[in-house]
Design a protein around this ligand. Structure first.
Ligand SMILES: [Zn+2]
Length: 280
């Protein structure tokens, strides 16, 4: 019998943002870089739930955006918290802040106090990971026993909107500095899982690290899922769709493909078993 289907990476936006995204593009360069294009899809919480029903997804983690303006962050975190309260069986909510902002830690604490379950998708879209500003947020997540979903991407290859100039060396330093923080690295962790094959150090350092599959169908051949499972363990690879960027169906097709090479047990773990353990 198949287990629960859990999607750990979906984006919901408050109706205010969806109604007038151009207004929010002002003074929000990172947001503008991804969402000023009217074709970049956005969805609210009811839209997400409808898509989950259609794709037979039991539970989704809804994440915000790392707004640079405090009022935008508050608006978004309040919205995700309200959505989670309204749909406690269908949604888990992550609080999002712009790590370098002076108010970031206080807003993250406030949002966790509203009942949000973790932090994410924290991101630096226009620079490498800033470890100093991430440190207090990693500390907060560790203290709360809450996952921290971090945007990562492959440091080589095609350039596209939302691709950050990040390095695996900086990411690895973050992981080592915050071994008590449950880090979920979005978008296959930028490929860092390959280094779990090293004989020394890395595998142990990744003890508290998970990957999600968000946007992988745009980026990787399906075999990458099988390699990640082989190198990290099936309990470390989480279905994340980046919905509404891509529907869950697309991932299901790739994850169940012969090229991915996942056993039924692996597949169960990736589609929800691992996420259910990480955040029940
Ligand atoms: Zn991302």
């Amino acid at each position: 019998m198949p287990g629960m289907i859990i999607d750990v990476h979906t984006h919901v936006f408050p109706p205010e943002v969806m109604a007038d995204r151009q207004r929010f593009c002002k003074a929000e360069p990172a947001f503008a870089s991804i969402y000023s294009d009217p074709a970049a899809p956005m969805v609210d919480a009811p839209g997400l739930i409808a898509a989950m029903d259609q794709a037979r997804v039991d539970l989704s983690w809804a994440v915000g955006f790392p707004w640079q303006q405090a009022e935008h962050a508050r608006l978004h975190n309040d919205y995700v918290a309200a959505a989670v309260k309204e749909h406690p069986w269908r949604l888990r909510g992550l609080a999002c802040v712009h790590p370098p902002a002076a108010w970031a830690l206080a807003e993250a604490q406030r949002a966790l106090g509203l009942g949000l379950h973790g932090l994410g998708e924290l991101a630096f879209y226009d620079q490498d990971l800033d470890l100093a500003s991430l440190a207090p947020l990693c500390g907060l997540a560790a203290e709360a026993g809450a996952p921290l979903l971090l945007h990562t991407n492959e440091p080589v290859g095609r350039v596209y909107p939302g691709k950050a100039p990040m390095t695996l060396a900086r990411l690895y330093a973050l992981i080592k500095a915050h071994s008590a923080t449950r880090l979920v690295l979005a978008h296959m962790g930028g490929g860092i899982f390959f280094y779990a094959a090293l004989k020394k150090e890395v595998r142990a350092a990744l003890a508290n690290v998970w990957l999600d599959t968000a946007a992988a169908p745009f980026l990787y051949r399906p075999r990458a899922y099988g390699l990640a499972v082989e190198l990290m363990g099936a309990d470390r690879v989480l279905l994340g769709s980046d919905y509404p960027l891509l529907p869950v169906e697309r991932y299901r097709k790739e994850l169940t493909s012969a090229e991915a090479g996942l056993s039924p047990a692996d597949l169960d773990m990736v589609l929800g078993g691992a996420a259910a353990r990480l955040l029940p």
